[in-house]
Design a protein around this ligand. Structure first.
Ligand code: SAM
Length: 273
C-alpha cells in the first residue's frame, strides 16, 4: 500500500507539547472570549483550537462549541480537559482549516480562530472555509500575530528565522495574516466586501510561573517552531547564541518582578458574514 506523504503543517504542531505553552495563555483566552461576546446557545467553531484555550471558556459561557485542530495530541488534550470540567456542550475533532471535511455550510453563528488557522497553508482556502461554515448574519473572528511587531511573538519569529534555513519556495508566512490588506484580500476572495471586515489591535498576555529564561526553556522543549529553530541552530553550533538572544528578548519584555508576564500585540479581525 502506498504510504500517505507526511503533512509538515500537522507534524509541526504535533511535535513537542503545545499544552505547556497554552497553560500560560489561559487568562487571556478567557478574557478574549468575554470581549468577543459569546453567549448561551451560540453555535461556535474554534478552528486551530489547540487544547481549548478559547473553546473551553466559550463552552463555559454556555455556547455549543466544536473545536477543530490538525494536531491529534492537542485534540486529545482538549477532550480530556473538557471532560475533567464536566462540560457536555463541547466536542473536539481532528481537521484541517484549509478543508473542513464533514462540516456543513452555514453551521455556526461564530467561527473563531485565535492564533490557529493563521498557521495553515493556503490562506485563501482558510478564508473560504471559515466563511462557508458560518451562517449569514454570523461572525468570523480571527486573532493573528503581526509581522515585524515589536512585541514578543513577532520577535521570537524574527530571532528564530535567523537560525533556520529559508522556507521552501512558495511558502506563505503565517504572519501575513497579521496585515490588514491581506485579510481584506483573502476574505474578499471568499465573497466578503471590505466594509464587513474590521481589524483592531488587541493584547494577549503570556503568564509563566518562573523566570523568563526558564520560560524560554519551555519553548525550546515543547513549542514546535522553537524546537525546530534550536535543532537547526544546534546543527550549526549556534544553539547557545539562539538561547542568549531569546533570553534577552523574554527578559526585556517581562513586566513581572516575581515571575514572567509578557504582553503581546495581535490583530483581532471581525468579519460580519
Ligand atoms: C499557536 S497554537 C494556538 C492554539 C489555540 N488556538 C490557543 O490559542 O491556544 C496553533 C494551533 O493551530 C493548529 N493548526 C495549525 N495548522 C492547522 C490547520 N491547517 N488546521 C487546523 N489547525 C491547525 C495547531 O495544531 C495549533 O493547535
Amino acid at each position: 500500500m502506498a504510504s500517505v506523504p507526511a503533512n509538515p503543517n500537522k507534524a509541526l504542531w504535533e511535535k513537542g507539547d503545545f499544552t505547556r505553552i497554552a497553560d500560560t495563555m489561559r487568562e487571556s483566552g478567557e478574557a478574549l472570549v468575554q470581549r468577543i461576546g459569546v453567549s448561551k446557545g451560540l453555535k461556535v467553531l474554534d478552528l486551530g483550537c489547540g487544547d481549548g484555550t478559547t473553546a473551553i471558556p466559550a463552552a463555559k459561557a454556555g455556547a455549543d462549541v466544536t473545536g477543530v485542530d490538525i494536531a491529534r495530541n492537542l485534540v486529545e488534550a482538549a477532550t480530556k480537559r473538557a471532560a475533567a470540567m464536566g462540560l457536555k456542550n463541547i466536542t473536539f475533532r481532528e481537521g484541517d482549516a484549509t478543508h473542513l471535511q464533514g462540516i456543513a455550510d452555514q453551521s455556526f453563528d461564530l467561527s473563531v480562530s485565535i492564533f490557529g488557522a493563521m498557521f495553515a497553508p493556503k490562506p485563501f482556502d482558510v478564508a473560504k472555509e471559515m466563511v462557508r461554515v458560518t451562517k449569514p448574519g454570523g461572525r468570523v473572528v480571527m486573532g493573528n500575530w503581526i509581522p515585524n511587531d515589536p512585541t514578543l511573538v513577532a520577535q521570537i519569529l524574527k530571532v528564530s528565522s535567523a537560525y533556520t534555513p529559508p522556507p521552501p519556495e512558495g511558502f506563505i508566512s503565517p504572519m501575513t495574516w497579521g496585515v490588514e490588506a491581506n485579510v481584506i484580500e483573502r476574505f474578499g476572495a471568499a465573497g466578503i466586501p471590505a466594509d464587513r471586515i474590521s481589524c483592531v489591535r488587541d493584547t494577549f498576555v503570556f503568564d509563566y510561573a518562573g523566570s523568563p529564561t526558564a520560560y524560554v526553556d519551555e519553548f525550546r522543549k515543547y513549542y514546535g517552531p522553537t524546537m525546530n529553530a534550536f535543532e537547526a541552530a544546534e546543527k550549526n553550533g549556534r544553539a547557545a547564541d539562539l538561547k542568549k538572544e531569546l533570553d534577552e528578548l523574554f527578559t526585556k519584555h517581562n513586566t513581572s518582578k516575581t515571575a514572567t508576564s509578557i504582553p503581546a500585540t495581535f490583530l483581532r479581525i471581525t468579519v460580519n458574514r
